[in-house]
Design a protein around this ligand. Structure first.
Ligand SMILES: Nc1nc2c(ncn2[C@@H]2O[C@H](COP(=O)(O)OP(=O)(O)OP(=O)(O)O)[C@@H](O)[C@H]2O)c(=O)[nH]1
Ligand SMILES: [Mg+2]
Length: 230
């Protein structure tokens, strides 16, 4: 053998990981709109969804750590935005889960000022990953959140979680129903399972693209952008 690279027809090699995690650093929590937030100028990607949608589980899968974000038995408890630096190249912000049914209406409404204040005043925000449970009707809070994201005009990726709980055809049907109900583009929806890992690499790739686009914008003066059609 000459040590020629593999990749001949028929060879099935796993695709390279679009997001190899080399380092993860907790930067701190933001508890109020005017409270502490990271001073970093790295691009930020926020993760949003109703309580129990599977956000902690998705984050753990994404960064390939078992206990990076806590998978909670007491839903609706995290009231802060937690920031993490990934590979020293971008910042992941974990928004508090909203709409937990068993807390009072007043406390349920608490999410809005902090989340909205953060989203509207984050110059480094490059995208939001919005999670929706494949088996559930989108809630009023989900709609509020999506309306807010549309109003801000931030690129949004929809992750439809827990797809391992349904058959493939049922998942497809639910994704279509969710897209119809919320008038979403199915192209921006990623089916995801924290149990099987489905969707992890697709999500990672989407995040890497958002971060890459942002750094081009951040460093290139608009007139200098090279026109390279292909
Ligand atoms: N079958 C299945 N269960 C999941 C999946 N993701 C999360 N779960 C379960 O759903 C429950 C909630 O998951 P979490 O990851 O804690 O959800 P969360 O959105 O972070 O919840 P809060 O932080 O409490 O708002 C847990 O019992 C998880 O084990 C998934 O992809 N498939
Ligand atoms: Mg959680």
């Amino acid at each position: 053998m000459t040590g020629a690279p593999a990749g001949e027809a028929g060879a099935t090699r796993p695709a390279p990981d679009p997001l190899v995690i080399r380092s993860l650093e907790f930067l701190g929590p933001m508890a109020t709109v005017d409270g502490w937030r990271p001073t970093s100028t790295l691009p930020e990607i926020a993760f949003a969804g109703r309580s129990n949608v599977g956000k902690s589980s998705l984050l753990n899968r994404l960064v390939r750590r078992k206990a990076f974000a806590r998978v909670s038995r007491t839903p609706g408890r995290t009231r802060e935005i937690n920031f993490f630096s990934v590979n020293g190249t971008f910042v992941l912000s974990d928004l508090p889960g909203y709409g937990y049914a068993r807390i009072s209406k007043a406390r349920q409404a608490e999410w809005r000022p902090l989340i909205e204040g953060y989203l509207r005043r984050s110059p480094n925000l490059r995208g939001v990953v919005q999670l929706l449970d494949v088996r559930r009707e989108p809630t009023d809070d989900d709609r509020l959140m999506l309306d807010l994201l549309a109003d801000i005009g931030v690129p949004t990726i929809i992750c439809v979680t827990k797809v391992d709980k349904l058959s493939k055809p049922a998942t497809g049907a639910q994704m279509e129903a969710i897209a119809r109900t919320l008038q979403l583009d199915p192209e921006q929806m990623i089916p995801f399972s924290a149990v099987t890992g489905e969707g992890r690499d697709e999500l990672a790739e989407a995040l890497v693209s958002l971060v890459a686009v942002s750094s081009e914008h951040a460093t290139d003066p608009p007139a200098a952008s090279p026109a390279e059609p292909d």
